[in-house]
Design a protein around this ligand. Structure first.
Ligand SMILES: Nc1ncnc2c1ncn2[C@@H]1O[C@H](COP(=O)(O)OP(=O)(O)OP(=O)(O)O)[C@@H](O)[C@H]1O
Ligand SMILES: [Mg+2]
Length: 238
């Protein structure tokens, strides 16, 4: 069996087009790569290259037209609605560029939402300390800075201790220093809890902190490299 097939998460010949006729756009044109368990993988590519589309397909939010995602031996498209919901609930955490917090719940409650129905959630107080949010736990989202709000959304995504953490431009709305702090937090989470992380970005510098870098362009994988000398998020510069 080829080595690739032994990996934890496999993206196999995934194709996706939007629109029809003249307006038809082939966004993913046969995408192939694999991610090992516990790996910190960065998906790089210019705007419009299909990064979010791919992440949504991996997250079971969107469907591929052909090809498939295989996670721990299960093909996503073969799961019925109920098992797909279970898969998302138990195994996936999602962090978005715009934090999507619930405005009338405080920090702690927003994080607790992520633990809802999960079987092996992390200790919330311990997590609040890791996130640097313990003192802010009673505040509402509009009383927090952007970086703090993104910390809450990371907390909400990881409180159920998902096997896979998907992050779509998690620092896209943040300034330089705050971005580095958020990257450091994601790095810490990956090391402390061992979640497989797939992070989308168009910031080339971020590739240096990853175990694995996948570059997309024109709907295909242009580069697929492992990084043997990764550096800490704090040492990144751009
Ligand atoms: N629901 C949709 N309907 C039609 N076209 C779509 C839809 N979603 C995405 N697209 C198109 O697919 C292409 C890829 O979009 P996608 O959001 O995946 O890019 P991206 O790499 O995440 O870009 P960015 O870095 O700007 O976030 C874009 O040209 C976009 O217009
Ligand atoms: Mg995007």
């Amino acid at each position: 069996m080829p080595e690739e097939e032994l990996k934890f998460l496999n993206v196999v010949d995934v194709k996706k087009a939007y629109g029809s006729g003249q307006a038809r756009q082939e966004v993913l044109r046969g995408m192939n790569f694999s991610v090992a368990k516990g790996e910190f993988c960065v998906l790089l590519g210019p705007s419009g290259s299909g990064k979010s589309t791919l992440l949504n397909i991996i997250g079971g939010i969107d469907h591929a037209d052909s090809g498939y995602i295989c996670i721990a031996g299960d093909r996503l498209e073969e799961l019925n609605e109920k098992r797909l919901t279970e898969y998302r609930r138990q195994h996936l955490g999602y962090v978005f560029q715009m934090y999507n917090l619930i405005p009338n719940l405080n920090v702690k409650e927003n994080i607790e939402v992520g633990a809802y129905l999960s079987q092996n959630s992390l200790d919330i107080d311990d997590l609040l300390h890791t996130l640097g949010l313990y003192e802010h736990r009673h505040k509402l989202p509009n009383q927090l800075s952007g970086g703090q709000q993104q910390r809450v959304s990371i907390g909400r995504a990881i409180v159920k201790n998902p096997d896979i953490l998907l992050c779509d431009e998690p620092t896209g709305a943040l300034d330089y220093n705050t971005s580095k702090e958020i990257l450091k937090l994601i790095e810490e989470v990956n090391q402390k809890y061992g979640n497989t992380v797939i992070m989308v970005t168009h910031n080339e510098a971020i590739r240096l902190m990853a175990d694995h870098v996948v570059k997309l362009r024109d709907g295909v994988v242009r580069k697929n490299e492992t990084n043997d000398h990764k550096i800490s998020a704090m040492d990144l510069e751009w």
